[in-house]
Design a protein. Structure first.
Length: 285
C-alpha cells in the first residue's frame, strides 16, 4: 500500500471506513489547528467549514476544549448538524471535576457538564474522557466515590465514560478491580510520559497514540500503522492484543464485538490527520 497523506483526502473516506469496520473509529484531537490549513484542509476552505470537511475524512474527533470549559448547547447542536450520521465526538470532561483534592466533591461540576447541553449532540456523543493529571494518586475510596457520581444515562441514552489516569499509582490490581466494577474503560496511552497499560476495564476500548513524528509524512511509519490496525481489529473482535504492556494477565477472548476509539494526539500534531487517515485506510483491507 502506498502511504496516504492528508493531501490525498477523499470525500468518501468516512463512508468507506464506516462500512469496512463499523466498530472502529479513528481521528484526531480537535479540528482547528493552523498548520492543518497547509497540509490537510483544501486551499481556500473557510474556517467555518473545517469541521464539515474533517468529519468526512475521519470517523471521530476528541474535543479538548471542553476540558477547560463546557460549550453552550447551541454549539453542540451546531457540531451535530455539521457532521455525518455515524460520526462521533469524544469529549474531554472539565478539569474542575478531576483536578480536585477530593474527587468525592465533584458532583455539581459533573452534573453541570453532562446535563447542560450534551444532549444536543444526540447520537454524535461518544465517550466522555475523564483525565486525571500526573501526580493525582489513586486513593481507592475517594476514586470510588467519584465513579459513583458519574451519570449513567442522558435523556434515556446510556453514557460511556472512560478514565485517563496519568499516575503510576493506578497501575495496580485494586484500580483494575474498581474500574471493572463500574464498567469504565481505561485509556491506553501510547506515550513515554504516562503509564501505559492495556488491561481492559470496560466494554469498549479507547486509545490515545502520542508518538507521531514530523519527519514521517503519515506521522507513524508504515509498520507501526500496520500494528495499530491489527490491534484495533483484535480489540473490535472481542480479543486483546498480545504485544502491549499490562498489569495482569489477559482474560480469555470474549464473544462480543466491541467499539474501539483511536485518536492520534500530540506528538507531531501537524501529522495527526494523515496518521488517522492512513490507519483508516488500513482498516479497509
Amino acid at each position: 500500500m502506498s502511504p496516504r497523506t492528508s493531501k490525498d483526502a477523499s470525500p468518501d473516506l468516512f463512508e468507506a471506513a464506516s462500512r469496512a469496520h463499523p466498530y472502529i473509529r479513528a481521528g484526531t484531537g480537535g479540528w482547528t489547528y493552523v498548520p492543518w490549513r497547509k497540509n490537510f484542509y483544501p486551499a481556500g476552505l473557510v474556517q467555518r467549514r473545517e469541521l464539515e470537511y474533517a468529519s468526512r475524512q475521519l470517523t471521530a474527533i476528541e474535543v479538548n476544549g471542553t476540558y477547560y470549559g463546557a460549550q453552550k448547547p447551541a454549539v453542540y447542536a451546531s457540531w451535530r448538524e455539521q457532521t455525518p450520521e455515524g460520526f462521533v465526538f469524544s469529549l474531554k470532561a472539565p478539569r474542575y471535576a478531576t483536578e480536585r483534592t477530593e474527587l468525592s466533591g465533584a458532583g455539581k461540576t459533573i452534573k453541570d457538564f453532562v446535563f447542560s447541553g450534551l444532549a444536543e449532540l444526540g447520537d454524535r456523543l461518544g465517550p466522555i474522557n475523564w483525565q486525571f493529571a500526573q501526580g493525582k494518586r489513586f486513593e481507592r475510596d475517594d476514586f470510588a466515590a467519584f465513579l459513583d457520581l458519574l451519570p449513567r444515562e442522558l435523556d434515556g441514552t446510556p453514557l460511556r465514560h472512560v478514565l485517563e489516569v496519568r499516575d503510576d499509582s493506578f497501575m495496580s490490581e485494586a484500580y483494575l478491580e474498581l474500574a471493572r466494577g463500574h464498567r469504565c474503560p481505561t485509556v491506553f496511552t501510547d506515550s513515554p510520559k504516562y503509564p501505559s497499560f492495556a488491561d481492559l476495564t470496560g466494554d469498549f476500548v479507547y486509545a490515545r497514540l502520542m508518538r507521531s513524528e514530523s519527519a514521517v509524512a503519515t506521522g507513524y511509519a508504515a509498520d507501526a500503522l500496520d500494528a495499530w490496525a491489527r490491534r484495533a481489529r483484535v480489540w473490535a473482535e472481542g480479543g486483546e492484543p498480545d504485544d502491549l504492556p499490562r498489569i495482569a494477565p489477559a482474560a480469555k477472548k470474549g464473544s462480543a464485538e466491541r467499539d474501539v476509539f483511536i485518536y492520534i494526539i500530540n506528538g507531531a500534531k501537524e501529522r495527526a490527520p494523515a496518521a488517522a487517515m492512513a490507519l483508516l485506510d488500513r482498516l479497509q483491507d
